[in-house]
Design a protein around this ligand. Sequence first.
Ligand SMILES: Nc1nc2c(ncn2[C@@H]2O[C@H](COP(=O)(O)OP(=O)(O)OP(=O)(O)O)[C@@H](O)[C@H]2O)c(=O)[nH]1
Ligand SMILES: C=C(OP(=O)(O)O)C(=O)O
Length: 211
Amino acid sequence: MKHTVDVLLAVKPLSRAKSRLRDGYPAPVGGHAGLVTAMVLDTVTAARRALGVGRVLVVTDDHALTQRLREHGVDFVDEGTATDLNAALRHGEQVLRDRGRGAVIVGALQADLPALRPTELGEALASAAGRRAYCADHHGVGTTLLIAAPGEPLDPRFGDASALAHAESGAVELTGSWPSLRRDVDTAEDLAAASALGLGEHTAAVYSPAR
Ligand SMILES: Nc1nc2c(ncn2[C@@H]2O[C@H](COP(=O)(O)OP(=O)(O)OP(=O)(O)O)[C@@H](O)[C@H]2O)c(=O)[nH]1
Ligand SMILES: C=C(OP(=O)(O)O)C(=O)O
């Protein structure tokens, strides 16, 4: 039976989010929080359109963000007692399993992929082929996607050098090209590179590349 992956995205409070992305580009419409929100919405929109994705659940305590998610019919959950990204993802994983019917395959997708193409995510999920797997970021150092093996815990190890950490945890590295899946946005340079790939509608509406 073809399995779908239930995808988690975690977002910290917008006031603290994307601290490396606070300057170096024209002021976005709606300010910093508006830009971060737009990137989340574009990432979620692409994930929902990707072949192989089941449910999408955003883990966040930010009220303004959850309001926008609600407007777009995106499911979300608070982060419980989590104090970091991995704990927030583990909390979201438990919520998915509690709600799930039958075997659940859980994945974690970074929430700052505003150029994400559904086809690239779908290809990455297919190439995991039921294995614990990860996709490294464009630097080859971080992780933009982690997929658990069916019925296995997600065991997220995001943070510094997370690609290596996930490899050491037994995850298989996914090696497709997938430039939009690997282009997470941490800095103004990343945002310009994502713009060159083609931004989703929400981020494109608030950001214009520096002329
Ligand atoms: N819910 C939740 N999400 C988190 C937490 N820490 C990080 N994240 C999210 O994890 C994703 C990847 O983290 P980073 O790329 O470091 O994002 P960031 O922390 O906003 O960026 P910087 O402030 O520049 O480090 C982002 O979407 C963050 O919002 C946390 O404690 N809780
Ligand atoms: C937390 C991560 O994201 P970033 O490196 O963008 O902070 C990660 O790649 O594990």
